[in-house]
Design a protein around this ligand. Sequence first.
Ligand code: FVH
Length: 311
Amino acid sequence: MTHNAVEHTTENPAEAADHTAGRTPKTPLTLLGLGAMGTALGRAWLAAGHPLTVWNRTAARAEALAAEGATVAASAAEAVAANGLVVVCLLDDDSVEQALADADLTGRDLVNLVTGTPGQARDRAAWAAARGARYLDGGIMAVPPMIGVPEAGAYVFYSGSAELFERHRTTLAAPAAVRWVGEDPGHAALHDVALLSAMYGMFAGAAHAFALIGEEDVTPSSLAPLLADWLAAMAPAVHQTAAQLESGDYTLGVVSNLGMQVAGVPTFLRTAEEQQVSPELLSPYFELMRRRLETGSAGEDLVGVVDLLRR
Ligand code: FVH
């Protein structure tokens, strides 16, 4: 395996070349974690000209980026020692704890892109501060093939210190666009998990739709474009939901009221039964609609379900 030694000089060859050519040198950084997402991020930073030091628990996974110019550190501690900016893209919060157990984080700017909960992000920020590091949390809104492809629409939520975010904004924006969502380090995770939760609701509905057509002479590939268009047409309804929640007026701009929609529920359940499809993905939502109708009014929108979910 290519195993370049970590350099501890103040200016590496890439920076020296930038200075010679009169270009602004690209910030060197360390990346821990070379899974599918980490490798895509690393490749984008290298392509943008950033000197990159990498570490991965399974060393063989670093070979591809080493061949593209990354410096491979022998340990996470060595990788952390190499640069002031350290980005973490490991599996989960536990793996961050394990990987950084022996690393000296003093004076480091730690950017954690691991998908986690808001609480984990806040705890990790306090943990980093106790170890002398500054901290930003991130939530990646992309799959690996979207990274480094500006037109793919990838972006990353960041939260934590605004000053720290601004200091590294340009570097962080190399693999994907950036969206800072506030000083609370938990807010990147909150936005990330909120959007991904809605995505799973969409996948659940699509799974039910595909199951319904299963035994009929309707192919998945004929349904798919219809589904995609319909979901895209319905998605802007979230703006109406937001306006209703903020105004407290659940009848604001209603076009398909709760009473009508609850009346339609038996049709969905009977169709599932006719098609021999379990209603288990849809039933919990229908039950919430029914409960809201008991306490709310038939003329309001579906938004009252939000109140029933909040504990
Ligand atoms: N891939 C995706 O579609 C999603 C998109 C949105 C963001 N997620 C989050 O990104 C984090 C990393 O995801 P990933 O796709 O890179 O995940 P894997 O390919 O499974 O790689 C996992 C890396 O984590 C290392 N690792 C796991 N446990 C440990 C540990 N205890 N100590 C040190 N490293 C650990 C693993 O190392 P290895 O198995 O190769 O030795 C990989 O480098 C994640 O939070 C997603 O939710 C991705």
